[in-house]
Design a protein around this ligand. Sequence first.
Ligand code: MV4
Length: 447
Amino acid sequence: MFEKVLIANRGEIALRIHRACREMGIHTVAVHSTADADAMHVRLADESVCIGPPSARDSYLNIPAILSAATITGADAIHPGIGFMAENAQFAEMVEEHGFTFIGPTPEHIRIMGDKVTAKRTVQSLGMPCVPGSDGPLDTVEDALATAKRIGYPVLIKAAAGGGGKGMKVALGPEQLREAYQLARGEARGAFGNDQVYMEKYLAKPRHIEIQVLADTHGNAVHFGERDCSVQRRHQKVVEEGPSPALNAEQRAHIGGIAANVVRELGYRGVGTIEFLFEDGQFYFIEMNTRLQVEHTVTEMITGIDLVREQIRVAAGAPLGYGQDAIRFQGHSIECRINAEHPDTFMPSPGRIDGYHAPGGLGVRVDSALYDGYRIPPHYDSLIAKLVVHGASRNECLMRLRRALEEFVIGGVETSLPLHRRIISEPDFINGSYDIHWLEHLLGLKG
Ligand code: MV4
């Protein structure tokens, strides 16, 4: 096992990784920008290294600075956390070249899944159900028109280098498609330096359901069930829950079995998330994320398994040591992502925390690096806390979440706490009847 892990991240996720390391007897190294000198992840780590100025580009994305910090502190392994370096194949490669272990998949697997066309081809060939669409990239507008004729309108043009919704264009008919095709290519070139696009049948009202997977380096792979992440705004997840109110045990075992099988066949290692659209009882693969996710906590609450610990164990070469049968799903969990942002405009609200009280009690977990007097820097994303609640049933979970949101006090900055109190009081949310457009409709962003 590793003796020392460098955590190449900040905020609540750096703290989350530090906690797993501590419980495994592993020493931790924090890295931080000058803006994060007083951050909780820096305070708690055994050692810390300043890696640059506030701008993420010059600090948390500064590969030479991170590798130098690992060298001077004698770390064995580097955990990239979420965002920043987590899905950067070149970083993973350089980490290994410098003699450290990258706590994550191989650079090859990161690369395959980073190109959405290659990802889809690869998993489809291994039996994954995918959205009907083009067989690879679209080379010409004629190619696009012929594919749309075959699969039927409406269609969606997506960027191969995209993901997370960037550079998507819907077309309802051939006229619109000509325009959407050119627009999508131009936007993709501008945003990613890669104008490759592909086509899918457009699903109008799907849910976003994702399967958590884990594989070791000995040919074992399991799934940990699903999370329903349909409650989102502008591709930012707001509330996640597991199990999905839309699935039964049979559907879960079916898609989970396929997901575990695909990662086993791929020779994948580490944790991963396979994202699906779910409509009319059917699953359609859209993307695979080759990293830990913010909402991994929901899965931890219903399985009782520490996913960061598992991630570190398999990176060190340990076998899983259990099979699918050992993974049991108990009760229900809901996570609220709490951002420092204005309730009406959703603009970031950095500043000094003045008055902080986190809820507690049975079944209540708060993952946050906040403390009273902490200054939220304006340079990074606005996630400041995750409130994750567990209950024996979905109803118990909702009742507990309501009281936890009542207790939560974060003074000094604007937060999304009021939005969460509103969401969980909505009859549609209480009934579990929502799709990926539900929150934006509620907020009046769409017709
Ligand atoms: C889709 C879709 C409808 N049909 N693909 C957006 C993010 C990217 N990961 C995939 N996305 C979508 N792909 C087909 N064929 C609708 C979306 C989509 C979406 C998906 C998941 C969560 C939120 C979303 C919000 C808008 C659109």
